[in-house]
Design a protein around this ligand. Structure first.
Ligand SMILES: Nc1nc2c(c(=O)[nH]1)N[C@H]1C(S)=C(S)[C@@H](COP(=O)(O)OP(=O)(O)OC[C@H]3O[C@@H](n4cnc5c(=O)[nH]c(N)nc54)[C@H](O)[C@@H]3O)O[C@H]1N2
Ligand SMILES: Nc1nc2c(c(=O)[nH]1)N[C@H]1C(S)=C(S)[C@@H](COP(=O)(O)OP(=O)(O)OC[C@H]3O[C@@H](n4cnc5c(=O)[nH]c(N)nc54)[C@H](O)[C@@H]3O)O[C@H]1N2
Ligand SMILES: [Mo]
Length: 702
């Protein structure tokens, strides 16, 4: 993206034609992003909540001291596990790295988790189990080589529009497209085959395709023999999913199942693309394993135009995963579980052997429960809005209310979460600070500071290092700029997973543009398009013995199923022109015009049975809470299902926050909660007047 700057303000943005990820294309949110930089609600000063509940401006120094003193005091009184950080895939890699270093290395607790737990955790755990290391094995360029695409649990048209265009160009040139989604989304338009399966039944479908491919003799026995293990354990699962049974579970016609299998069998090269429809499930990791099973059984991996490809959600969740910013991670795709990984990072961070702790801290949902129980007494939230985005969020509010110290480091105020802060720290947005971000293609992009931040706002990495310094860890956080953090980070090369950014530096990225890892030398090196391919063209997976693993993953019903009291299934997700909790997109008039307000998509027949028409108010009740949304009857969603966007919440008005009703049931392997599936009751409702959002003008402006 190119920022056009006049007098210290970004006046316009345009696509960067030379950038190898988007070749100059921008989506609506990208092309209007300058309108989110200089808004009236930018957090320009540090703040402190007074006993009366209003925020007062304080000098940044005072706020930073208060954070350092508060954390030190609580650690001294209650031990390191009484404090925690909750960070974000929207921060620069440098900020993610220092937050993780401070927590695990110097506060000496593994109590750090990130919003990736709600997003890509299942993809990460699935990849590690199936292929041996996290991250898609391929490259965006595979889009130009594929003859077929399996898009499952992803609404790319709205959520990854530039990649979607890239895929569409290939489809226009003859590639096949299968779309699997309980809703007929914009992504499904024009698909070769659209499969509106019952939500939560993807495992039956994927196992069913494996069954059919075996029966059709279209699995690649040579590939299986050379590069995989565990095929012999798959027999039972393959036998158990003949088309008739799969049709019964998924609600799909047998003919369509067979058509799908034939498409996969006949495509010389196909890729699978998935996002939250598979990850945000109590079976998330299994879903990812089942996708990998299909690729391994057909040899559709490690060649141009093939492979499993999770579409990463947030701008820099890949960077965060690489530096280990979830509770079990360490830099360079390492794990706190492994003694060797801990020892290598203790060396990097100049810590005495045995400092790093071997048990992961609590994953996000558990972290807030530990606050509710009073075990975690201080929380520092950086770049996330968990009061909105956590499942069953009433527990999050109780946890924050009970805590002794809540620090919220955000670029805007108020947010639903900042209202619970004791201390507010003003962060920059990416256009105001140097840093790097990594995409799903392992491509590292440098973003320079283009405009000065408002008044006291500082880069996220700087705020973290300042608190570290004030806690007495200054010698481990001596960085003058983000480039020096990168220089330390790149030493965390991991020969086992293949992670290697030694060949990169801010200077090189500025000079030569975005670059893909692995890159071991600062000199010219050829780009590795596909991981795990050896120089002689063989495949070697980072699993120890070099073989990728099959996992038999039978279909299991969702953790909570509909019943007479809660007969509908509520799905949640995104619309094209809003981003998450709208702290940015909510301020762009053109985007609000396109997607102005929350709603509930409901099948037209169901709406008729309830006696409601477009715009009528509905009450949606789950075992945990309730919502009120206006009805949008449609035939795009199957009977018995309804769908609500996640974007509109307390600052918009009362009763619309979807996570009031969602459940914390989580995937056992990834601890990712089941945000996509919630049994509810839906009924007609007579609305009351709404409240206007509160104000906090003192934090803004000069
Ligand atoms: N416009 C916009 N784009 C975004 C974002 C945004 O906020 N706004 N956020 C970014 C982030 S962080 C993320 S994670 C991605 C998310 O990108 P996506 O995952 O593509 O978006 P969602 O709308 O969350 O969910 C995708 C689809 O999953 C389907 N689904 C629900 N349950 C099931 C199921 O059981 N099986 C299957 N097969 N499908 C199911 C839903 O019907 C929905 O259409 O988008 C990124 N891009
Ligand atoms: N029901 C339901 N819930 C969901 C989902 C769903 O599909 N359904 N999806 C889940 C997923 S996939 C995700 S990724 C999460 C997203 O959940 P969140 O990360 O909580 O949502 P955001 O609105 O993106 O919050 C980002 C916060 O960081 C601030 N911010 C932005 N840029 C910066 C910066 O540079 N520095 C700092 N310090 N702050 C910054 C923003 O103002 C905002 O307050 O939601 C999850 N929750
Ligand atoms: Mo996400």
């Amino acid at each position: 993206m190119v920022l056009h700057v006049e007098n210290g303000r970004v006046t316009r943005v345009s696509g960067d034609k030379d950038h190898p990820a988007n070749f100059g294309s921008l989506c609506t949110k990208g092309s209007t992003v300058h309108q989110t930089i200089h808004t009236a609600d930018r957090l320009a000063h540090a703040g402190r909540r007074t006993p009366g509940g209003v925020f007062e401006r304080v000098p940044l120094d005072v706020a930073l001291d208060a954070v350092a003193d508060g954390f030190r005091r609580i650690i001294e009184a209650h031990g390191p596990d009484a404090v925690a950080l909750y960070v974000s895939g929207q921060l620069s890699t440098e900020a993610q790295y220092v937050a993780n270093k401070l927590t695990k290395g110097f506060l000496r607790t593994n109590n750090i988790d990130s919003n990736s737990r709600l997003c890509m955790a299942s993809a990460a755990s699935g990849y590690k189990l199936s292929l041996g290391a996290d991250g898609p094995p391929g490259h965006y360029e595979d889009f130009e080589h594929a003859d077929g695409f399996l898009v499952i649990g992803s609404n790319m048209a709205d959520c990854h529009p530039i990649l979607h265009q890239r895929m569409r160009r290939r489809v226009a040139a003859g590639a096949k497209l299968i779309v699997v989604d309980p809703r007929r989304t914009a992504t499904a338009a024009g698909a070769t085959l659209y499969l509106p399966l019952r939500p939560g039944t993807d495992l039956a479908l994927l196992n069913g395709w494996l069954h059919l491919l075996v029966r059709m003799g279209r699995v690649d026995r040579d590939f299986i023999a050379h590069y995989t293990e565990g095929w012999e354990s798959m027999g039972e699962v393959i036998d158990a999913y003949p088309p008739a049974r799969v049709a019964e579970i998924t609600g799909l016609p047998v003919d369509d199942l067979i058509t799908g299998a034939k498409i996969l069998a006949d495509c010389p090269r196909w890729m699978s693309l998935w996002t939250m429809g598979l990850n945000q499930s109590a079976r998330g990791t299994w879903n990812v394993n089942a996708i990998c099973n299909l690729h391994l059984a057909t040899g559709q991996i490690g060649r141009a135009g093939s492979g499993p490809f999770s579409l990463t959600g947030q701008p820099n969740a890949m960077g965060g995963r690489e530096v280990g910013y979830m509770s079990g991670g360490l830099p360079g795709q390492r794990s706190v579980h492994l003694a060797q990984d801990r020892a290598e990072i203790e060396t990097l961070w100049k810590l005495p052997a045995g400092t790093l702790r071997p048990r992961p801290g609590p994953p996000a949902v558990e972290l807030f429960h530990a606050m509710e129980r009073g075990e975690i007494k201080a929380l520092w939230i950086i770049g996330s809005n968990p009061v909105v985005t956590m499942p069953n969020r009433s527990g999050v509010r109780r946890g924050l209310e009970r805590a002794e110290l809540v620090v919220v480091q955000d670029a805007y105020h108020p947010t639903e979460t900042s209202r619970y802060a004791h201390i507010l720290l003003p962060g920059t947005v990416w256009a105001e600070a140097d840093g790097t971000m990594v995409n799903s293609s392992r491509m590292v992009t440098f973003h320079p500071r283009a405009v000065p931040p408002p008044v006291d706002a500082k880069p996220d990495w700087w705020l973290v290092c300042e608190v570290a310094r004030r806690m007495g860890f200054g010698s481990a956080f001596p960085y003058q700029n983000a480039s020096e953090i990168f220089d330390e980070m790149r030493v965390s090369v991991n020969e086992r997973s293949g992670y290697d950014v030694r060949g990169l530096s801010h200077a090189r990225l500025i000079r030569e543009g975005a670059k893909t890892w692995p890159l071991s030398s600062q000199g010219g090196a050829t780009e590795v398009k596909r991981r795990y391919v050896t120089p002689d063209g063989m495949l070697r997976f980072p699993t120890g013995n070099g073989r990728a693993r099959f996992w038999a993953r039978p279909y299991l019903p969702n953790a909570e199923m509909p019943d007479d009291d809660y007969p509908f299934v509520l799905l949640t997700g995104r619309v094209a022109h809003q981003w998450h909790t709208r702290t940015k997109t909510g301020k762009v008039p053109s985007l609000n015009k396109l997607n102005p307000a929350p709603f509930l998509e409901i099948n037209a027949e169901d709406a008729a049975l309830l006696g409601v028409v477009e715009g009528d108010a509905l009450r949606i009740v789950s075992r945990r809470g309730e919502l009120r949304l206006s009805a949008r009857p449609t035939t795009n969603i199957q009977p018995g299902c309804c769908w609500a966007p996640m974007h509109w919440n307390d600052l918009f008005g009362p009763g619309v926050a979807v996570n009031e009703v969602t459940s914390e049931n989580a995937c056992p392997e990834s601890h990712q909660p089941e945000l996509k599936y919630c049994p509810v009751q839906v009924e007609a409702w007579r609305p009351a007047a709404t409240n206007a959002p509160a104000d906090a003008a003192a934090m803004h402006g000069a």
